[in-house]
Design a protein. Structure first.
Length: 236
């Protein structure tokens, strides 16, 4: 009597192949998700960004020297005294899969400080985290540019990229806040900013692909075994 093809063995092999596929690194399937801010380069002027000045502080949407596009954000101050201040602040944006620390965040921006930067002068750039309502402040990631970054009389933009930032556990939204002479001293003239970006990554679900791949491998192995069994047990 001819033996039946070893389908149990084939099934086990197919399951082992599927398990191996599930253990493969998923880095190639990661995709970048842009979280914010709205209008990262002032292409819509003052829309989407809050702004304010006091006393001799100044700001404007500049179209003379953006890094890319038509515009950039400019702010600054040249007068001593804490009352002379200016700031740009983006509208809040949701953190998506990065909310509550669920995924790492990458924060980047470009800046140019065309005037002479005095010792201890810095513009402060903050990525701030809030709850889902956008009203309760939770934490911030602060970057000073100016004397702290060794910049002065710049003739081109410099890009800053901060990676692997984790939002607080209760965070659901964020904004970007750029300040001159508010938290840190600044009397060094103009500061230009462009191309703000807050992104995260998400991985696609590989389970359906793994199941399909395992079934295909199983079918191929079964077909090959059936053909081999047929040849071995063919009647003369």
């Amino acid at each position: 009597m001819a033996k039946s093809p070893p389908y149990g063995f084939l099934l086990l092999n197919g399951l082992m192949v599927a398990a191996a596929l599930m253990l493969m690194p998923a880095a190639a399937t990661a995709k970048t998700i842009v979280l914010g801010p709205p209008d990262p380069g002032a292409e819509h002027g003052f829309d989407y960004w809050y702004h304010g000045t006091q006393a001799a502080g100044f700001l404007y949407v500049d179209d003379t020297d953006p890094e890319t596009g038509r515009n950039d954000f400019t702010l600054g101050n040249t007068n001593a005294g804490a009352e002379n201040r200016a700031d740009w602040r983006s509208q809040n944006f949701p953190l998506g899969p990065a909310a509550k620390g669920g995924a790492p965040i990458t924060f980047s921006f470009s800046y140019e400080l065309p005037d002479n930067v005095s010792s201890s002068d810095n513009i402060r750039v903050e990525l701030r985290f809030f709850d889902a309502s956008g009203t309760n402040f939770l934490a911030e990631n602060m970057t000073p540019v100016g004397s702290a970054s060794g910049d002065s009389n710049m003739t081109r933009y410099k890009k800053v990229t901060l990676t692997n930032i984790r939002a607080p556990r209760r965070a659901g939204t964020a904004d970007i806040w750029v300040t001159a002479n508010i938290f840190q001293h600044w009397t060094s003239g103009n500061a230009r900013f462009d191309n703000f970006s807050v992104t995260t990554t998400a991985r696609r679900n590989l389970t359906p692909l793994v199941i399909v791949a395992g079934l295909i491998v199983l079918m191929i192995l079964a077909a090959m075994a059936a053909v081999k069994w047929s040849h071995r047990n063919r009647n003369p």
